[in-house]
Design a protein around this ligand. Structure first.
Ligand code: CA
Ligand code: CA
Length: 311
């Protein structure tokens, strides 16, 4: 009797669950349905998104790059970057030491966001409970009411990972980033080989030098003239500076985290707590070529560093 009673209780528990799944439609992976997320993040079935784990802190070296199968068609907001082979890094005698040796890299086809991730987009992830809130520093765009269409900044590598995971995407590898910025023709900047100017990017122009002076800092202008923005610009403000694939702001505005550790070329996999971010930012007076490498401890945040996802 004890066994039968147990079975009856077991069946009673299971039937309502099965009925709900049947009524809810053809969800074949019900056994993987997780409810370990806030109600606001759940889908029509009450299940959490497939990739939901926020990664709050990097406490050990990460030596692998996350990759996923490339969609046949890139989703809205993404540009398809056809795979190819290019020379990564700077030619001998130019650039910084860590850009050498220049070496051939083959990149598979992938999708990359056309624009940097905005404050509004990141806030949606925070609201869904899947991303950590940006800290309250005054230099962070999330704390400014007029910056909703500006790139989100003050982002650590784990925060960037969480956002892209929430989008069912990932961060680009460093080779993918440089390839998306330069294509295969060996150009120095996303737009080509012309020197930076205020029509091509948001960098540290005359407006930035004056801004720095008000903060009692001394800056050298990246170019003569005013690009219109002392800090960040709304994403996509410089269409003439687009990359060969039509991706915007790859040079300037905010640096963008990549998935890659800081390795000595030609290696791209190594043990490092550092992660690379690329492209230069609104406070850059130099170092904005598509080959320039910057990195930081994965847990650090900066007012000049944001996010662009790939998949
Ligand atoms: Ca500027
Ligand atoms: Ca950028």
């Amino acid at each position: 009797m004890r066994v039968k009673s147990f079975l009856l209780r077991f069946v009673a528990l299971m039937v309502p669950t099965a009925a709900v799944l049947t009524l809810a439609g053809a969800r074949s992976d019900a056994q993987t349905c997780s409810r370990d997320c806030p109600a606001a993040a759940r889908d029509a079935h009450g299940c959490c998104p497939a990739v939901t784990r926020p990664i709050p802190t990097v406490t050990r070296p990460i030596t692998t790059t996350t990759t996923t199968a490339t969609p046949a068609v890139c989703p809205a907001g993404y540009v398809r970057v056809p795979g190819g082979t290019f020379l990564m890094g700077a030619p001998a005698g130019t650039g910084d030491t860590d850009e050498h040796p220049q070496h051939s890299v083959t990149v598979g086809t992938f999708c990359m966001e056309r624009l940097e991730v905005t404050v509004t987009q990141y806030q949606a992830c925070v609201t869904a409970g899947m991303c950590a809130a940006v800290k309250s520093d005054t230099g962070c765009n999330s704390n400014k009411s007029d910056r909703s269409n500006h790139p989100v900044n003050c982002i650590s590598y784990p925060m960037a990972l969480s956002y892209c995971n929430w989008q069912n995407a990932r961060l680009p590898s460093e080779p993918e980033w440089e390839y998306a910025a330069r294509g295969t023709d060996g150009r120095r900047y996303a737009w080509g080989n012309a020197a930076p100017n205020p029509q091509l990017m948001n960098g540290c122009g005359d407006e930035c030098v004056a801004y720095a002076a008000r903060l009692s800092e001394t800056k050298t202008a990246l170019f003569p003239g005013n690009d219109g923005f002392e800090e960040t610009a709304p994403v996509g403000s410089y269409p003439r500076g687009a990359s060969p694939f039509g991706i915007m702001d790859m040079t300037g505005n905010v640096y963008e985290w990549t998935a890659s550790p800081y390795c000595t070329y030609p290696a791209h996999e190594c043990t490092s707590n550092y992660r690379m971010y690329r492209g230069g930012g609104w406070y850059s007076s130099n170092g904005v070529t598509a080959m320039t490498r910057n990195g930081n401890n994965a847990t650090e945040t900066s007012v000049v560093v944001g996010i662009r996802c790939a998949k």
